[in-house]
Ligand binder design. Sequence first.
Ligand SMILES: *Cc1c(COP(=O)(O)O)cnc(C)c1O
Length: 804
Amino acid sequence: MYIDKKNIKMDFINELTTMYSEDIDEASNLHKYFALAKLVKKYSSQNWMRTNRKYKNTKKKQVYYFSMEFLIGRLLGNNLLNLGIKDTCKEALSELGISLNELEEIENDAGLGNGGLGRLAACFLDSMASLNIPGHGCGIRYYYGLFQQKIINGYQVEIPDHWLRDGNMWETRKEDKAVRIKFGGNVHSIMENNSLKFIHENYEEILAVPYDTPVIGYNTDTVNTLRLWNAETLDDDFDFATFNKGQYSKALEYKNSIESISQVLYPDDSKEEGKLLRLKQQYFLVSAGLQSIVRYYKKINVPINELNKYIAVQINDTHPSMAVAELMRILIDEENMTWDESFKITTNIMSYTNHTILSEALEKWPINMFKKLLPRIYMIIEEINRRFCEEIQNKYPNDTKKLNDMSIIFNGEIKMAHLAIVGSHSVNGVAKLHTELLKNKELKNFNEFYSGKFNNKTNGITHRRWLVKANPRLTEILCKTIGNQWIKNPLELEKFTNYAKDLNIQNKIREVKEKNKIDFCNYAKKIYDIDINPYSIFDVQVKRLHAYKRQLLNAFNILNLYYKLKENPSLDIIPRTFFFGGKAAPGYYLAKQIIKFINTVAVKINNDKDAIHGKLNVIFLPNYSVSLAEKIIPCADVSEQISTATKEASGTGNMKFMMNGSITIATLDGANIEIKEAVGDENIIIFGMNKEEVLSLEENKNYKANNYYYSDSRLMKIINSLVDNSLNVSSSEFKDIYSSLLEKNDEYFVLKDFDSYTKAQDKIDNLYRNKNKWQKMCIMNIGKSGIFSSDNTIKKYAKEIWHV
Ligand SMILES: *Cc1c(COP(=O)(O)O)cnc(C)c1O
């Protein structure tokens, strides 16, 4: 479709008039944003329709990405970019006296995810559409996204994220495509035509209503669909009998209890809650998703016993792993297929992505809770397990240990990862190291049992959002230097490495970063009323707050620098601003204490202007989100990726920074290892224990945190300051942090890696002094970042797992 400035101006004014009966002078920015969003959706609607029609007619295999989280962020800027009309639109609006930037800032982030896992799902949607792969998202339309974080007196305060309050122009409610979900009740069997039939009775039935959002590919006609499900009462079930007896509020209570299923996203990252409502959410998602898929294929006359030729379902972590059992239920109970045939088709369709080996994140459900809520699904899981255990016993007779270790149901619990592995034809890790640990350690028995099922797909990020959209200045330099083919084929960014030693390009890269930093300083002044020195090194750690990510290690190095400066105020260090950002799960007290600690250190240091001569600043950016990430990452000089080796499955923040020309200070963990392989040892700063050292300390149990405390006077001073009033807060304020390190023996080896980390930080200071060398490193990082585009990741999923 050809759209020029004139069209946009006319259409926009039209939209304002029809929607609000307002002209440009009268309309608020909110109304202008809504009018523009509606217009952009209109521009994509023909292609959306055509794409759907094409999929229906050609019956091409389609991929359904099942995920409890889609952290998509704002859509306006991205959609304009992918439609190829961003600049035109900007000019058109500007001629009407409207700033596109301002309108973009009005949009609420769709924060339907916690962190990396949900953001990965969003990047994958963008890549599938841009690569013309028929691939759709299937998730939950949470009424409240991840909470918004305020920092008050240094503490995290959680505010509900009422993102839908003013409406959402991108979604379309499809009430005619609703499906019914059954909870509770009981199951009995009868004989019918010589076969066993299962009858589910006395259940409670609720309605799942889909809301569809277009996923617009870049520079292509493909528009895929993100389908998010909303939980509602069945009209005929809304208890009017009760209502008539005058118990109106009781009837409403019932309605609320149903709607609560899609009310709120659980705010825990890398941790399992084990709550009944969460189990309901998971079944709600997989049942709604699979029922609507099966209904669609029946309608277009696809033989359901060949469904595996037409669809692939990717299970994003174990959260949607009940998809295995739900599809079995549909095929057996509703489509009257045999167990063996159903299981073959199901495993052919399903594939599972593992995201973590942290034990607290592995999902297990108590049998009693599960059975009561999902009696038929439980029966099916039991039968899958019975047959699986038989196979194990055949292969390893009398090996009870193996049997117990691998069984899906054990010790009163259902292990969802085991269900996902048994029910899928592919299990993938998300970075080389992570996959190796899965294959040779955590899931070794499964890897030996199912040879060839395990594979690696290193995570990626969409370079369209994280470079083209987030960093237009860098994009311009890249296009002027190596052309614009890299936007279609990100591997072509490699060409930029030829300019690593080009003084002119080095200079331009430095200018871009400086301008981005100045922009951010102005933004920070306006929004948070804080002053930041744009000429300092921007050292950034933004990600969820978690002990394994070791924000504490970063904070300890900062305190160490501060104490050094106090002792020697003329110490020659390059001025540095340390940025932190990240949310802690509301019930994760240690992580919340770490936030308070960082803010306490910030107050101490930022207010001590005499001692440190503006050389050190610490800033905690509240409410880390996709939109904030897009602002801060393009100004970062240093990217902090300092998790304990083996704990971060991949990381994707690391890739965003690299792509924007930051230098990574990193442990050999997750995808950091692959970044190092790509850029070479001289273009990344590595420190700390590697996987072998961590595993050996963990296995031999011979780590003694106290030894580091007593033998390193710097650590002793820092750790004492947690409890001795020197930071001007109560001595009990940080007692959980203190005890996690000394009494609980520092599970994540902060003390052990401290010395190595401080040396790495000194190295950064030194390198930054040599401008040419530093810029050369930045250019190498940008040029090598193409391999981490999610386009490459998705191509591998498509070829090796989905066969599309
Ligand atoms: C990329 C991203 C993450 C993941 O960051 P990691 O450093 O990989 O943990 C989390 N939150 C947001 C908002 C992101 O954009």
